[in-house]
Design a binder for this molecule. Structure first.
Ligand code: GLC
Length: 539
């Protein structure tokens, strides 16, 4: 088996916002193809594409209306194949994002299912009778509304764990599973190298539909609608199915930010790995909590299984805004991203330091989660200012703005007005950073090369230490190779005493760190990577 994912750098492309190749203001496959060289230069070995299937886009593609085609906004199946071929020729693999928990209510399966109580596809979705004339239980959707929608024509409710236009499939029906496995085969036949599995722990529901409890702050605790019995068996079947087809990588989105919920799903018979929201989606950067989480991850993932490390995605605000990080701190974070023992994922635009898009009015909003929060606040008669605050609090548009390629109009993303508002960025554009060897882009590209080339970074053990306040040390070691990365997240210089034999390999900025004898002096918000001299190792 070729476990190529062990020494690969991943990159997430948010389909509508990466690059528009046909001038309609929406990203597409022609656009992405034109940027493959850019990705190669950055050191990317695999791209994760957010859903590109036909969709009414109520949830920007996570509401699929046809699983075996390409949405016209993004191109054609031919464009997809041409893209995969060119990516493979450059040594870049491709992950498809598959949404198996729910379909769009515009999907032909749902249209059939809702057409009558006796339709053969009725049982493909979760239909329940009203209870005392109302919803079958108290479940709320992950977007904060009721999770049941009444279908007037047949007098029953269907379940939707996200928007009401995203109906949950009934995974206890074997036909659903067969249809989904056929869909996975279809995309493997088109050349994909793996799958990102959307909200994969939501799949199995028990029949008892017990009310969910409410937490102290009035929020619903999703106890009976996720991680239900049967989910591990489903993952086992899925794994067996796809692994028969080759070295297909499986990374699951588990809807939790708790390490003890996430960790067990990465196992020999389950998924290759899962997204570690326990670290990746922290709302703020609090050094002690951050370091503690890293320490736990280093301890709990041993043997063959690695966690993921990422600081951005299409579901969370961008890290410079979230953590309040400037470029120096971004370099520290990237040092960690590429030297920690984990599969590294870069979210598009993070390599140049893009920050948040902000909605100044409801017209700027595109994300359904933000729109729902705004209207809820409106219904509660809150003043406009508070409604906008609620919108920006919930909205995932923050990181969905278009890529800042150049200083041309619309940031070089498109020749037309982009589908989402355009806001200037305070950083140099990608084109400028590509030309500047000292840019953030090149710093990350250099690290990505190290991550791919140095066996200790893919195979070595990992230990996390905090030798001084706000100073993080990541030690990697394997027989014959030792590496240490040191990141000073504090606003003041620090000096550390190291053991004999280390030499400075890379610093976050030229001159940011100096090694004299065994003393490593780091400037404020600076970091370094050191390697143990080979002769010291042998001695
Ligand atoms: C995942 C996606 C998110 C989407 C949801 C429903 O969490 O990342 O964008 O809204 O699933 O499919």
């Amino acid at each position: 088996m070729n476990e190529w994912w062990k020494h690969t750098v991943f990159y997430q492309i948010y389909m509508p916002s990466f690059c528009d190749g046909n001038g309609d203001g929406i990203g597409d496959f022609i656009g992405i193809r034109s940027k493959l060289e850019y990705l190669k230069q950055l050191g990317v070995g695999c791209v994760w594409l957010t859903p590109f299937y036909p969709s009414p886009k109520v949830d920007q593609g996570y509401d699929v209306s046809d699983y075996e085609n390409v949405d016209p906004d993004y191109g054609t199946l031919e464009d997809f194949r041409a893209f995969v071929k060119q990516a493979h020729a450059l040594g870049i693999r491709v992950l498809a994002d598959v949404v198996m928990n729910h379909t769009s209510t515009e999907h032909a399966w749902f249209k059939e299912s809702r057409s009558s109580r006796s339709n053969p596809k009725r049982d493909w979705y979760i239909w329940k009778e009203p209870v005392n004339g109302a919803e079958p239980n108290n479940w709320e959707s992950f977007f904060g509304e009721k999770a049941w929608e009444l279908d007037e024509a047949t007098g029953m409710y269907y379940y939707h764990s996200f928007a009401k236009e995203q109906a949950d499939l009934n995974w206890t029906n074997p036909e659903v599973k067969q249809a989904m496995f056929r869909m996975l085969d279809f995309w493997i036949d088109q050349g994909v190298d793996g799958f990102r599995l959307d909200v994969i722990n939501n799949l199995s529901l028990t029949d008892c539909l017990t009310d969910n409890p409410t937490g102290p702050d009035g929020e619903q605790i999703h106890q009976y609608d996720v991680n239900q019995p049967g989910i591990r068996q489903f993952m086992r079947d899925l794994r067996t199915h796809v692994k028969r087809r080759g070295d297909i990588f499986l990374v699951g989105e588990i809807s939790s930010d708790k390490l003890d919920v996430i960790r067990p799903y990465a196992d020999d018979d389950l998924l290759d790995t899962t997204f570690n929201f326990n670290l990746g989606s922290m709302e703020h950067f609090t050094f002690d909590a951050f370091a503690a989480e890293l320490g736990r991850m280093a301890r709990e993932y041993t043997g063959e299984h690695l966690p993921t490390i990422f600081f951005g995605s299409h579901d969370m605000p961008r890290f410079p805004s979230r953590f309040g990080f400037d470029e120096a701190q971004a370099r520290n974070l990237f040092t960690l991203l590429m030297t920690f023992r984990a599969y590294p994922f870069i979210y598009f635009g993070d390599e140049i330091g893009m920050d948040n898009y902000v909605c100044h009015s409801i017209d700027d909003a595109r994300d359904i989660q933000g729109v729902i929060a705004y209207h809820k606040a409106k219904q509660e008669n809150k003043p406009e200012e508070e409604c906008l605050r609620a919108l920006n609090q919930a909205s995932r548009d923050h990181s969905r703005n278009t890529m800042y390629w150049s200083d041309a109009e619309w940031g070089g993303f498109s020749t037309a007005r982009p589908w989402i508002g355009w806001q200037p960025q305070s950083i140099p554009c990608a084109e400028a950073q590509q030309k500047d060897p000292d840019s953030l882009f090149h710093y990350l590209a250099g690290l990505a090369r190290l991550r791919t080339e140095l066996p200790v970074l893919s195979q070595g053990d990992c230990q996390i230490e905090c030798p001084a306040p706000q100073v993080l040390v990541c030690r990697r070691s394997m027989p014959g190779q030792k590496l240490v990365s040191v990141m000073n997240f504090s606003g003041r210089p620090v000096e550390l005493t190291l053991e004999e034999g280390w030499s400075l390999h890379k610093t976050t900025l030229p001159g940011a760190a100096k090694l004299q004898g065994n003393t490593l002096a780091l400037q404020a918000k600076s970091g370094a990577i050191l390697l143990l001299n080979e002769k010291e190792e042998q001695a």
